[in-house]
Design a protein around this ligand. Structure first.
Ligand code: 5GP
Length: 193
């Protein structure tokens, strides 16, 4: 097991409804040393890519994206969840259905911060059905920029997102892939990588 898988086994909690809670170290209370290790590992996996910007989505992706950004030495842009329908043409927009909250959010990125010459690494905390990633990819495409790769902390391999995104041809690197989890006895099975 790698460092993230070990931490998930130690402190992750399997909830009914295929939700893995990692709020004691990843997305509520945050272990900054663990974040830093993840950032370093993303840099290792995407070392061959020319990346000049990291894109994530608020809120839980931001800390991981920032940890990675220190290793790539590039800025982080995060897509904002926006309620306002009043868009002034200055924003790239995508609709994203939330797996955990079951609602649809409009997410926006200012055109000031993403342009055609950007080579983007997308980072997020979880990959489930892939809606968040599809939204981020469509924002990058709207800007005419390039998705150089996608880095995920925890992929739930029993949901369709990973397969869909890999079939689209992207280099998708997930630090932990959960192939099965059981809310009754708390067991988690990781994919060999
Ligand atoms: P997707 O869009 O791939 O269906 O879901 C990804 C988003 O939903 C992530 O940004 C994450 O915030 C949230 N998410 C999905 N599954 C889980 C989960 O099992 N645990 C937690 N904590 N968040 C999840």
């Amino acid at each position: 097991m790698n460092f993230l898988e070990e931490r998930i086994v130690k402190d992750g909690v399997v909830k009914p409804g295929n939700v893995l809670k990692v709020d004691s170290f990843l997305n509520h209370q945050m272990d900054i040393h663990l974040m830093d290790q993840m950032g370093e590992e993303f840099k290792r996996r995407f070392a061959h890519k020319q990346i000049n910007k990291i894109l994530t989505i608020e809120a839980s992706g931001i800390a991981i994206a920032c940890a990675a950004a220190r290793y790539f030495d590039v800025p982080v842009v995060f897509a904002k969840k926006s309620k306002s329908i009043n868009l002034d043409g200055e924003m790239y927009v995508a609709m994203v259905e939330s797996f955990t909250h079951k609602n649809v959010n409009q997410v926006v990125v200012s055109k000031k911060f993403l342009s055609a010459d950007d080579k983007v690494l997308i980072i997020d905390d979880f990959l489930a059905n892939g809606c968040a990633l599809q939204g981020l990819i469509s924002i990058v495409e709207s800007a005419g920029a390039t998705v150089e790769g996608i880095g995920i902390a925890v992929e739930k391999g029993f949901q369709i997102g990973g397969r869909v995104i890999r079939n689209l041809g992207y280099q998708l690197e997930s630090l932990a892939i959960v192939d099965a989890m059981d809310a009754e006895n708390g067991t988690i099975t990781f994919r060999e990588q």
